[in-house]
Design a binder for this molecule. Structure first.
Ligand code: TXA
Ligand code: MG
Length: 318
């Protein structure tokens, strides 16, 4: 059931977490499906509800540096610099794990992914429960991430008792994930913090095409609606047909009459485009169209995260 994210309901949700149950809650990126990260059985419920393969590790959400230290084994300087610059916020760091984190959280890896969310409701929930919260996005594995409480209810409502409603997620794409080994940083997933900003703080970031075990968000298809997605550069040749939709990067007048048209931004603002991406895909997917066309977006800044999600959505059907 959906509850407004008032203090009383946040406390109710915190209690549920302490009792080993799962709750859905808003973060600034997407909604998460959380459980006490220190309780292996509670975490197992997340995998069951999402039908997520056990080889895909979870992100652990923390509210303080103290809690980070409980979760990781070492905290290199470069990690501290990133935390100072981007936390709370949409950056996840992969670091050597401590023994307090059960294997199920990290899929048996000796590293753990940690992030301090910026969303007030997420922060209050972690504080009230007093434990780090393991949480993937609150969607069935491989499907679009939820950016509203209604998205969660629609996809997982029969399996999750408590969904805290904190409105629409302001960032709208998942966190950027980097792995830190000694002095080297490797990008595992594009996301809410653009690569360029990380490089400005921490120096060069290696980008390698990784295996699915390193970061299944890197699977060739993922984040996908059920409807076929086709990315296009030149939109002038698409069919003007009511069984199709076109997602435009910026608002403008087009000669089309029948095709459903949606805009990610008013005039090309990447933040606005990212924040609208999943909302827009959810809405169009519900219309059960034949094809959703999506205009390509410049791959700079947040455009990299947006294009990554669109390419993975397209890959499911090709
Ligand atoms: O914005 C976000 O990151 C959202 C919100 C809820 O915080 N969470 C999210 O979680 O997107 P999820 O589970 O959908 O994606 C987490 C990604 C997965 O691709 C997983 O493979 C990767 O993080 N990951 C987790 N632990 C890892 C580790 N130890 N090493 C490498 N990749 C890891
Ligand atoms: Mg996910």
């Amino acid at each position: 059931m959906i509850y407004p994210a008032k203090d009383t309901f946040i406390h109710m949700a915190a209690q549920a977490l302490q009792q080993g149950n799962v709750v859905a809650f808003p973060t600034e990126t997407v909604y998460g499906l959380g459980a006490n990260a220190l309780n292996a059985e509670a975490v197992a419920k997340i995998f069951e509800i999402k039908q997520r393969p056990f080889f895909d590790p979870l992100i652990v959400h923390v509210d303080s540096l103290n809690m980070v230290q409980q979760v990781v084994a070492t905290l290199p300087d470069i990690a501290l610099r990133c935390m100072e610059a981007f936390w709370p916020g949409p950056l996840t760091l992969v670091l050597p794990k401590s023994n307090s984190i059960p294997e199920i959280v990290t899929a048996g890896l000796d590293t753990v992914a940690v992030r301090m969310p910026q969303h007030e409701v997420a922060q209050k929930l972690i504080q009230a429960s007093g434990v780090p919260i393991a949480a993937p996005s609150a969607n069935p594995f491989g499907y679009l991430s939820p950016t509203t409480a209604e998205h969660v209810a629609k996809q997982l409502g029969d399996k999750v008792d408590i969904i805290l409603d904190g409105g629409k997620c302001p960032v709208g794409v998942e966190s950027t994930i980097i792995k830190i080994e000694r002095d080297a940083i490797t990008l595992l997933r594009h996301g809410g913090i653009p690569l360029e900003e990380i490089e400005a703080v921490a120096g060069k970031v290696n980008i390698i095409k990784h295996t699915q075990v390193e970061a299944p968000g890197q699977l060739p298809y993922h984040y996908a609606p059920k409807t076929k997605i086709v990315l296009i550069k030149d939109i002038t040749n698409i069919p003007d047909d009511s069984s199709c939709a076109i997602i435009l990067y910026k608002k403008r007048d087009l000669p089309f009459k029948n095709i459903h048209t949606m805009y990610l931004s008013d005039n090309g603002d990447m933040r606005q485009a990212a924040a609208n991406l999943f909302t827009c895909l959810h809405a169009l997917d519900a219309m059960k169209l034949a094809v959703i066309y999506a205009e390509e977006i410049p791959e700079v800044g947040l455009g990299q995260a947006i294009m990554d999600r669109l390419k993975k959505a397209q890959a499911r059907h090709s």
